[in-house]
Design a protein around this ligand. Structure first.
Ligand code: MN3
Length: 205
């Protein structure tokens, strides 16, 4: 199987003014597109071509000589997940059972946002900040580079890309402003709720 760059769920300019069309063009077409095409080159002629992306991620994780396969497969998955957990719709807030779960786990929605921001700021260098389901508990974690919580049996519910390429054109070195903007304006909480509802069967994006 040859992987294809999945279509964005909205127009390249749809997240403006929070994420510019220029950032999306580089991030989606060059970076995400690059991971997908590099993955196809790396797995050409191997058994990986018969597997879904999640299985490639699990099988290549931590294996000697498989780091490049893992990195490109995980980055392909992570970016699709990231695009799908954002929306240009304003005023999208967690509701119902999800709002209650966030309150139970973090005390309040504001506290959730505070802890998510701190986790993103504490991630040294490139990586991802996640809201995950870890067994029965919601948790916030950050992972370096391409690392994905699926490998540790956690279920990703939400992620923010904190590689500099995600925000440098719009926010320069201000990761905090980018993450706060993501939390305030860009999250598609309906997609997070749908993932939580489907857990633990969730595997694909
Ligand atoms: Mn990225």
């Amino acid at each position: 199987m040859t992987f294809e760059l999945p279509p964005l769920p909205y127009d390249l300019a749809a997240l403006e003014p929070h994420i510019s069309r220029k950032t999306m063009q580089f991030h989606y077409e060059k970076y995400h597109g690059g991971y997908v095409s590099k993955l196809n080159d790396l797995i050409d002629g191997t058994d990986y071509t018969k597997m879904p992306l999640e299985e490639i991620i699990r099988r290549s994780a931590g294996k000697p000589g498989q780091q490049a396969v893992f990195n490109n497969a995980a980055q392909a998955w992570n970016h699709t997940f990231f695009w799908n957990n954002m929306t240009p719709k304003l005023g999208n807030m967690p509701k119902g059972a999800l709002a209650t779960c966030l309150q139970d786990a973090f005390g309040s929605y504001d506290e959730f946002r505070e802890q998510f921001t701190q986790s993103a700021l504490n991630q040294f260098g490139s990586g991802w900040t996640w809201l995950v389901l870890d067994k029965d508990d919601l948790a916030i974690i950050s992972t370096p580079n391409a690392e994905n919580p699926l490998v540790d049996g956690k279920i990703p519910l939400l992620t923010c890309d904190v590689w500099e390429h995600a925000y440098y054109l719009d926010y320069q070195n201000q990761r905090k402003t980018f993450v706060e903007t993501f939390l305030a304006h860009l999250i598609n909480w309906d997609s997070v709720a749908a993932r939580l509802q489907k857990a633990p069967q969730l595997e694909t994006v």
